[in-house]
Design a protein around this ligand. Structure first.
Ligand code: ZN
Length: 81
């Protein structure tokens, strides 16, 4: 059974150091790199790769990546193809 309750969590952003105004967001149009997410600044368009998908949620010293940023693998085992 699924249950839920409100919690006090923090949202962690990565501020762009180029323009000091925007924040980085995952940009799926960028070429993938191993264990890195491609990001683009919301203000100036600066691109960068980070080991976390920003923004993420921090709760009790654990980091929670947004579900939409988890890279999906093919659910079919190879022997079914
Ligand atoms: Zn920027």
């Amino acid at each position: 059974m699924k249950t839920s309750k409100p919690i006090q969590a923090e949202i962690v952003e990565f501020k762009c150091e180029e323009c000091n105004q925007g924040v980085y967001r995952v940009d799926n149009s960028m070429d993938p790199l191993p264990n890195r997410w491609g990001h683009k600044c919301t203000n100036c368009g600066q691109q960068g790769y980070f080991p976390f998908a920003y923004p993420y949620i921090k709760y009790k010293n654990q980091q929670f990546v947004l579900e939409k940023h988890i890279v999906k693998v093919n659910p079919k085992p190879p022997y079914f193809i």
